[in-house]
Design a protein around this ligand. Sequence first.
Ligand SMILES: Cc1cc2nc3c(=O)[nH]c(=O)nc-3n(C[C@H](O)[C@H](O)[C@H](O)COP(=O)(O)OP(=O)(O)OC[C@H]3O[C@@H](n4cnc5c(N)ncnc54)[C@H](O)[C@@H]3O)c2cc1C
Ligand code: SF4
Ligand code: SF4
Length: 359
Amino acid sequence: MTNSNTLVIGCGIAGITSALELAKMGYKVYMVEKNTNIGGKVASFCCKASSQCNKCSVCLITDRMVEVRDHTNIQIMTDSEVIAIEGKGGDFTVKVNGNVNGNDPEESSKKDNIKSLSVGTIIVAIGIDVFEPRLAPQYGYGKYKNVMTALELEKFIYKHDSINRPSDGAQLKRIAFIQCVGSRNIHFNKYCSKVCCMYATKLSEWIHDRIPDADVTIFYMDFQTFGKGFMELYDRYTNEDWITFIRSKPAEVYQIEDDLYVRYEDTIKGEIVEDTFDIVVLSTGITPKKDHKSIARLFGLELDVDGFFSCQSSLETARTNINGVFLAGGCQSPKDISETISQASLAAADAALFLERAK
Ligand SMILES: Cc1cc2nc3c(=O)[nH]c(=O)nc-3n(C[C@H](O)[C@H](O)[C@H](O)COP(=O)(O)OP(=O)(O)OC[C@H]3O[C@@H](n4cnc5c(N)ncnc54)[C@H](O)[C@@H]3O)c2cc1C
Ligand code: SF4
Ligand code: SF4
């Protein structure tokens, strides 16, 4: 007999979206989250509004986090991981290790560590990691305090609603973003991470809005402008005098006294140029997580050439090689938040269809 429960692994925006869709259709959903908090990466991102909303989609997480915690059809297990799985689509038995009694303090105090769940379908939504910037040592990450990743910048602005020079708190005047760090690179990841051109320009506008005297330079190889309204935004930015786009992959970042120097080739003049900045932000690309390999082994899931979970086709991005196991969000390929939400809804619809057909 088919079990009509679903297990969602990962409580980022993808897992939360899939769980809510299924719960609203009347299905019982268990959610397993490795961290203590739900929300994934997006829960620590800043609002990128300037004088107007910049449509970064980050605020879409807030109501969903409340809704998923309150939904009576959803049980969330934080600090938990799947450790074993048996059975087949329609009838899986999954063992979960961790805070398996969810957020109910009375239940949690019973301190069970391993729980066995019976589910008919599983949605894997374990998300993404970012490229380790120390693997590109020419940019000085870890060596110079004023070289940071975009993820660190996001989290800093989210926490402090401001940004100063990390080494001494000085007001910023010159900011550089280096794009494609660890992406579109034959030595690391060949694919485009899809979101970093968008977040770098929106973060730049946020900085300009708070510090109007600051100038931003974006070093890019090729600008990714897909996504609704982003091309128009990019066109607007290219006509502003506070932001400069330089088509070049910088060779090196080094520091003399308080200044960071970025050395790059001006491909139009054919010259090597050096500009100085207060901070350099590395737009590190999106990568698979270490968990991709362990979950792939545990479930028998296939990985694609880049290390993300393989889907059946470009039109069936939620379907895997295992009957009854579906994919949601960034764990299948890099996506922005709105694409993640659409694809996670598709995963929920596929899971519901599977459960109905298997009845
Ligand atoms: C620096 C940066 C800035 C960005 N800014 C924007 C932006 O402004 N706008 C935009 O649209 N997109 C932005 N993005 C893209 C955005 O981060 C992704 O679209 C989004 O995070 C994808 O959500 P997800 O749920 O698939 O993954 P995640 O956010 O990574 O969530 C995955 C969840 O699964 C959990 N998990 C992982 N492994 C396990 C496991 N084994 N067991 C249980 N749980 C597990 C994690 O703890 C996490 O809670 C940005 C990305 C980066 C790197
Ligand atoms: S978080 Fe993004 S989408 Fe939401 S209000 Fe701020 S800029 Fe607009
Ligand atoms: S989105 Fe932009 S910065 Fe990111 S990998 Fe693609 S081209 Fe490079």
